[in-house]
Design a binder for this molecule. Structure first.
Ligand SMILES: O=C(O)CCC(=O)C(=O)O
Ligand SMILES: [Fe+2]
Length: 219
């Protein structure tokens, strides 16, 4: 797809979708797409292109786990989470799970009361890193007013203690406005990680599932 169209779609609705990408050299294909509209970035000791597939011993809600993964921001524990996430579908979960879900943070913010929206912009929440990542995490609001737009940070399953009421309302609203993406082998979806929350349904084939996605970040 024309990089201008990717950028336009990301700006307009927070996500872009490309079909029919050749899977002969999938890492290269994904790198080319991400480089066409952004600057590829990697984090910690992760490779530039990450393989997302079930592995023994992983946390259920993680890239290698098989559980449902609630709507979230990637790398919520970094001061500056990557702006874009691109995922390429190599193979599906033939049992019918592992379906990507996304939701627009702007819509969720619109859906809560004005008072709750003020709390979401003001209340600083601690977003800890998962236990296998030795980082202190990040403390900041769910919604950050930036020049002309609001950026979002959210990760429910890692939060410690009871979720503040406004945050729970935001999560509820995000779930209510979420939708699934009809991805197939060779499709790439790109999301604005500062605007959209994403997740997946449970991988029904479990550890035996052939589900395989590739993921890359860009700024
Ligand atoms: O498995 C997926 O579709 C997504 C995984 C994910 O969102 C993550 O690892 O942050
Ligand atoms: Fe994620």
């Amino acid at each position: 797809m024309d990089p201008k169209r990717i950028t336009a779609q990301l700006k307009e609705r927070g996500w872009a979708y490309i079909e029919g990408v050749s899977l002969e050299e999938p890492d290269k294909a994904l790198e080319e797409i991400v480089s066409s509209f952004s600057k590829p970035v990697k984090h910690l000791d992760q490779p530039l292109v990450m393989d997302l597939k079930p592995a023994l011993g992983a946390q259920p809600a993680s890239y290698a786990g098989t559980g449902e993964f609630d709507l979230h921001t990637d790398l919520s524990w970094f001061e500056k989470p990557p702006k874009y996430i691109a995922m390429l579908c190599i193979t599906h979960d033939s049992a019918g799970g592992g379906i990507p879900i996304i939701s627009d943070g702007r819509q969720a913010l619109q859906a809560v009361s004005e008072k709750e929206a003020r709390v979401l912009k003001k209340l600083r929440i601690h977003f800890p890193a998962p236990s296998h990542v030795k980082l202190a995490g990040h403390t900041g609001p769910v919604a950050t007013q930036e020049r002309g737009s609001v950026s979002f940070r959210f990760r429910a399953d890692l939060l410690k203690g009871k979720m503040p009421a406004a945050v729970a309302r935001f999560f509820e609203a995000a779930k209510n406005n979420s939708f699934t993406l009809d991805v197939k082998p060779g499709s790439v979806f790109i999301i604005d990680n500062h605007r959209m929350l994403h997740g997946r349904t449970e991988i029904l084939g479990g550890l035996e599932s052939e589900r395989h996605f590739k993921r890359m970040y860009g700024n």
